[in-house]
Design a protein around this ligand. Structure first.
Ligand SMILES: C[S@@+](CC[C@H](N)C(=O)[O-])C[C@H]1O[C@@H](n2cnc3c(N)ncnc32)[C@H](O)[C@@H]1O
Length: 407
């Protein structure tokens, strides 16, 4: 009988393609920023990629899995004229022996056929990642820059173990974790000790504490297990050394089609506005495609009306800035550190730099917000009438620190 771990790689389902688009946006922006950030002198840099649940690298239908997407994106980066990355260390762990065999072959084939063996050194570990943490740590220590991907099937991960891996050496590394909220909610729906201890172990809390939280949340009218999971995710990453914790929901495939439901979170831990924005841009694009498909390509009467399409985000910026003066960075952090729904969110509600710019400028026009910045920054980031923000205001974290909004 073919095991589930192998069966998964027969044909890429549509929701996995969505996950891979979001993964690619993070990898692409992460490696490109690693090459260029604060690098006027064009110093050569190493990059590290850790894939804890690596899979086969490729599906039988030839669609690429995370390790091969990472290789392909790395090649594009290395081919770029302005590239400053001169070494990429990839450490990939896969506990299923058959999958690991395919993975080794697929990775070797790609590297050999693209003559990359001098620059990309892959290590495939045929084991569970939890017992290979030393190799991963060594990989992390080799480079300041990099990305970690954790893509388990279900609730088998223990976040405290992952947090131990992401220590001080991970300051400039971005982390993407797939959280199977559907499986969590199902297990959390049970009351027996064994089921609840799976969830408690995943989040690193005691079963007693989990029961208490479940009771507290359920006592509040209409709150359910999805809320318990969101609270646990926020709580787990509260002390992480990253500026932003962004959760976007994705759906699953049922009978060949995408459901209209929130089934997984892709949780991005990053301190880079560039990486966060690339991730959210792709998410907004995906929601846009979903909306277009629902409408059979028809454009709605409201689609060109920014007041209407940006209503939710404008309202959120309004609430956050009510009676306050704050830097754009504080605003971004509050908008980023949230949970976005595949089922309910509209593409214009996703806090991409472009959408936030529209929302702020809407509020400036309504005289709800004022922009505060020095004469110098005003010249750089504001329109000639000195009222509205231009796109370059949102391009760097430093710019976001220098510009304030006031209600
Ligand atoms: C969802 S798949 C990963 C897919 C892959 N990231 C991709 O994008 O193509 C999960 C994989 O993790 C493997 N796995 C499960 N537990 C593991 C562990 N503790 N350490 C390493 N691999 C594991 C499974 O055998 C399976 O191939």
């Amino acid at each position: 009988m073919v095991e589930k771990a192998q069966e998964h790689f027969e044909k890429e389902p549509p929701h996995t393609a969505i996950k891979h688009r979001l993964f690619k946006s993070v990898y692409d922006s992460c490696i490109s920023i690693s090459s260029s950030f604060n690098n006027k002198n064009k110093e050569k840099r190493q990059f590290v990629y850790l894939d804890l649940y690596a899979g086969c690298g490729k599906f039988n239908d030839d669609n690429l899995g995370s390790p091969l997407i990472a290789l392909n994106s790395s090649k594009n980066q290395l081919d770029n004229d302005s590239n400053n990355i001169n070494k990429i260390n990839m450490i990939l762990s896969e506990q299923n022996t058959e999958n690991a065999k395919h993975l080794s072959q697929n990775v070797k084939e790609y590297i050999d056929s693209n003559n990359l063996s001098q620059i990309i050194t892959p290590i495939v570990l045929t084991d569970s990642w939890e017992i290979c943490t030393e190799q991963f740590k060594q990989g992390l220590n080799k480079s300041d820059w990099g990305m970690i991907f954790a893509d388990p099937f279900s609730v088998e991960l223990k976040l405290p173990d992952l947090k131990k891996l992401i220590d001080k050496s991970s300051k400039l590394k971005d982390i993407l974790i797939l959280i199977n909220t559907n499986a969590h909610e199902r297990v959390l729906g049970r009351t027996d000790e064994e089921s609840l201890s799976k969830i408690a172990d995943y989040f690193g809390i005691k079963v007693k504490m989990l029961r208490l939280l479940k009771r507290q949340v359920h006592d509040i009218e209409q709150l359910n297990n999805a809320v318990v999971i969101r609270r646990l995710i926020s709580r787990t990453f509260k002390d992480i050394d990253k500026d932003f914790v962004i959760n976007v929901a994705i759906t699953r495939t049922k009978e060949g089609a995408l459901e209209n439901a929130d089934r997984f979170y892709l949780c991005l831990l990053t301190s880079s506005v560039g990486v966060a924005n690339a991730f959210l841009d792709t998410y907004s694009e995906l929601l846009n495609e979903k909306e277009q498909q629902n409408k059979n390509g028809q454009i709605s009467l409201f689609d060109n009306n920014t007041d209407f399409t940006h209503f939710e985000l404008t309202q959120k910026v309004r609430d956050i800035s009510n009676n306050k003066t704050m830097s754009l960075l504080t605003l971004f952090t509050k908008l980023y550190n949230d949970f976005y729904s595949w089922k309910d969110a509209s593409p214009n509600e996703i806090p991409t730099s472009k959408n936030i710019k529209t929302a702020i400028n809407n509020l400036v026009e309504q005289n709800y917000l004022k922009i505060l910045c020095t004469e110098d920054t005003k010249l750089k980031y504001m329109t000639v009438d000195g009222k509205k923000l231009k796109s370059n205001a949102f391009q760097k974290k430093q710019n976001l620190r220098e510009i304030f909004i006031q209600n």
